[in-house]
Each structure stands twice: as C-alpha cells, then as structure tokens.
Design a protein around this ligand. Structure first.
Ligand code: SF4
Length: 453
C-alpha cells in the first residue's frame, strides 16, 4: 500500500511526520510521489493562525474532490487529517468535509498502527463513536523512537529535530497551542539519549532539541539545564558536533541552563529567545510572564557568558490595545538587543484564546503599517550585523548543494548565518572553515573552504 503526507506548521509537526513516515515504511508501505498515486493521504495540520487552517481546509477540499473522482474509477482513497487543526475541530471536520475518513488529534498518533493494520486487512477500523475522530488525550504522549527524516535520494541526513517535550501550560493570551497540544509532557531522558544515538548512527551532525517550551522540561529531578548537560555527554564519541534547542521561553530560562551552554562548546552560539513585544503593558496583556527589563537582563547574562552569541526572536505586533508608545518600546528593545533575525507578524484574533474577546482591536491598516516599521528596523540590524562579520574566518556545517547553482554549496555557521562556497555534493555533511569574503543580501559568499571533519 502507498501513502502521501502533506505537513504544515512548526518543526514539531515535521518531526512527527518524519516519525510517522518511518512507521509506515516499517510496516511495508511505500511513499507515493503525490496524493493521486496514494492509497492513503494524511494532511498534518497547523492551527497557530487562521490562515494555516484555511490553507489545510483548501487542500482537504481538493482531496475530497479527488476522492469522488477516484471512486468513479474504482480507485478508493483514504483521507486522514492529523495535527493541531484536527485536534481543534475534531468531528466538526467531518461535518465540514464528509470525505475525511480519519481525524487524529495531536495525541492520537499512537492509534496509527491499529488503523494501518485494519486498512492492510481491507477493513474499516471500529471507532467508539462511529465517526472516526480521535482527539482525546492519550495516557502518555506518544513520542516516537526516531524523528529523523529520510534523506532525499542521493542526499545525506545532516540535521535532526529531537522532541524532548510537547505541549505548553503558559497560556499566552493570543496562543492556541495549549488548547490543541495540551499540557506540558516531558520525554524520558533515556528515550532522548537513545534517539541521539540512533540519529548519530544515521550520520547526523547537528541536532535540535525540540519543544513548544523547552525550558519547562522536567523529568523527575531532571530540569532543562540537566537535560542540556546530559545531551552534551550523549553526543561525545558521536559524529554530532552541534546542538541547538527550540523554542526557548525567557520566562523560565535559568542561569544554570545558560552556564551549561557556556561550559559546553557543543551548544551553538545562537539563541532563539521569543520576546513578542517590548512594552510591559502589552506583555502583561499577552500573559507572557516576564517584563522587558527581565528579558534584557537575561540577554545580558547570556551575552556575558557567551559574548559571540547571536540572537533571533519572535515579535507580535498589533495586539489589542497596543498604542504608538507601546510600539516605540518594541523598537527600542530591538535597538538594545540587535537581533540577527526575527519572525515578525501581526496579531490575528484566534477563537479559543483568551485574547479573542479583548476590546480595542487594531485595524488591519495600522497593524500592517506598524509591522512594516518593525520589519524595516530588523532588516537594518540584520544587514549591519552581517556587514560587521565580513572577513571573519568561520567554522560551518555544509548543508548541501545550492538550489540556485549546482556548483555551489550552502553552509551555515553556528550563529545561524548562511554562507555559499564553491564545491560538490560529496562535501555535504562535512564541517569546514571558510572566510566570510563578501555579502549578497543576507548570504555570505566565500571563495573556498578547508574541510575539517
Ligand atoms: S509559551 Fe505561549 S506562545 Fe509559546 S506555545 Fe506556550 S502559550 Fe503559546
């Protein structure tokens, strides 16, 4: 039997799709080139913004039409939906699109083996309610043993995202994640270590510890700084040279975690530290749980411990009630930190979040104009920071052949800077050293590279 996935959203969704892909292959299913060639299509959805859901619903409507057409050709198509939108809408999704056979909530992946077994035997699996929608929380979140994606034919697996926890209990007032991913569930450190070994055996050179809120990691007495120390030990004697983590929350980023990072050179000198806004009034309304001052103090602690570190962040503009002065405070915070890059977006009301009912919504025009100023400032900072790095000799991980030029390789520094250098595909996955000779847009160009390992 054949299958085809479409995955939307965050790294967690892609890591979970990689794990599901392995499950299907281990059961003897084959990946199809596209949905029309598959027996089963699974759409792995995101719910973080309305637009993400609209996109997935659009795709589902297309597959529903395809399913009808194939029925006339006696080529049945099984249509399944997973991820955060499936969790949020549940059976409502089948009311909207009756052609959807299975709705798998965010904790329901553990049901996949029984579902596939039924399909392999040509029968429709029983579901308690009749309509096959399963969004109830499973007893324990089903982390899979390995989340490393199968490489493209001829390519190498270089990086892997390793979930260490899932869910979030912070309830930022604009965010849907806690209601679709549920409370924080941390993963057994022994399983994380086992996955690190499996990834290393696949030749992985860089891992990213993944969670919606990694700092909240707790397993018995082990906290996030303990997990970082465990990871630093686990990658010794392996080909893994770089460790990153995502997403870090300033609310509970401990000085101990900063110290473990500083003491272990395997941790990349880059930190994605979501700030969202620079005004304390707006941070309170967002229920972020920290102040502007606390955020800046944390940045100072990190910079003192690792002066060469670069920062990126998330910035959300146009939250209900935001004033011109509030926006000014975000711009001044950006001036103080000088982020290398940022995900910048404007507020979208999200049903099911606390902010949805807040008064004083900002008009689309004002939101866009303010976001435009934030983006312009970020672009200026990015350029200035990259310009200041010209001429430096840097260690990079070669990620693969440039999509723009087959004679060039794309590489990345530990600070999340991109550098292009002449070279062939055989060098993918190697670490090398190069000089940041020139800058084109936000990408460095180097004349040559010395391979290290
Ligand atoms: S920390 Fe806030 S924004 Fe991040 S996932 Fe949790 S609730 Fe959402």
């Amino acid at each position: 039997m054949t299958y085809f996935f479409e995955t939307y959203g965050c790294q967690m969704n892609f890591a979970e799709s990689a794990a599901m892909d392995r499950l299907f292959r281990d059961r003897g299913w084959t990946g199809a080139a596209d949905g029309d060639a598959a027996d089963l299509v699974l759409i792995h959805t995101c719910s973080v913004r309305e637009t993400a859901e609209q996109r997935a619903l659009g795709r589902l409507a297309q597959y529903a039409a395809l399913k009808k057409k194939r029925k006339e050709q006696n080529r049945p198509l099984t249509l399944a939906v997973g991820g955060c939108m499936a969790q949020r809408l549940g059976r409502g999704l089948q009311a909207k699109i009756p052609e959807v056979d299975y709705v798998l909530g965010t904790a329901a992946r553990s049901l996949l083996p029984s579902l596939l077994a039924a399909l392999e035997q040509g029968r429709k699996p029983e579901a308690p309610s009749g309509a096959w929608a399963f969004t109830d929380a499973a007893p324990a979140f089903p982390f899979s043993p390995l989340h490393t994606a199968e490489p493209e034919p001829g390519a190498k697996t270089i990086r892997s995202f390793i979930p260490v926890m899932q869910g979030c209990g912070n309830y930022c007032s604009y965010c849907i994640v806690p209601s679709v991913r549920g409370p924080e569930v941390s993963r057994d450190p022994a399983a994380i270590e086992a996955e690190i070994r499996l990834a290393a055996a696949q030749g992985v050179r860089e891992i990213t510890l993944l969670g919606q809120n990694v700092n909240a990691y707790r397993w018995e007495g082990l906290d996030f700084s303990g997990l970082l120390a465990l990871t630093a030990r686990a990658v010794e004697q392996t080909p893994i040279r770089w460790v990153r983590f995502l997403s870090a929350n300033p609310k509970n980023f401990s000085p101990q975690a900063v110290q473990v990072m500083a003491d272990n050179r395997v941790f990349c000198r880059h930190l994605h530290l979501c700030v969202q806004h620079g005004s304390n009034r707006v941070l309170r309304a967002m229920n972020r749980g920290y102040t502007r001052e606390a955020y800046l103090a944390l940045v100072e602690i990190v910079r003192k411990a690792m002066p060469e570190i670069s920062f990126s962040t998330d910035i959300l503009i146009g939250f209900p009630g935001e004033t011109e002065e509030d926006l000014e405070e975000t711009l001044t915070l950006m001036e103080e930190v000088r982020f290398l890059s940022a995900y910048m977006y404007h507020y979208n009301p999200r049903e099911g979040t606390a902010a949805y009912t807040l008064p004083c919504r900002i008009s689309e025009g004002v939101k866009r104009e303010r976001l435009g100023r934030v983006i312009a400032l970020q672009k200026k900072h990015t350029q200035e920071l990259l310009q200041s790095r010209l001429g430096r000799r840097e260690r990079v991980l070669i990620e693969g052949v440039s999509r723009k030029n087959a004679d060039e390789l794309v590489s990345r520094t530990e600070r999340q800077e991109t550098a292009v250098v002449p070279g062939g595909a055989a060098l993918s996955g190697f670490f090398g050293e190069l000089t940041l000779d020139s800058l084109r847009g936000n990408t460095f160009r180097s004349r040559d590279i010395r391979i290290l390992e």
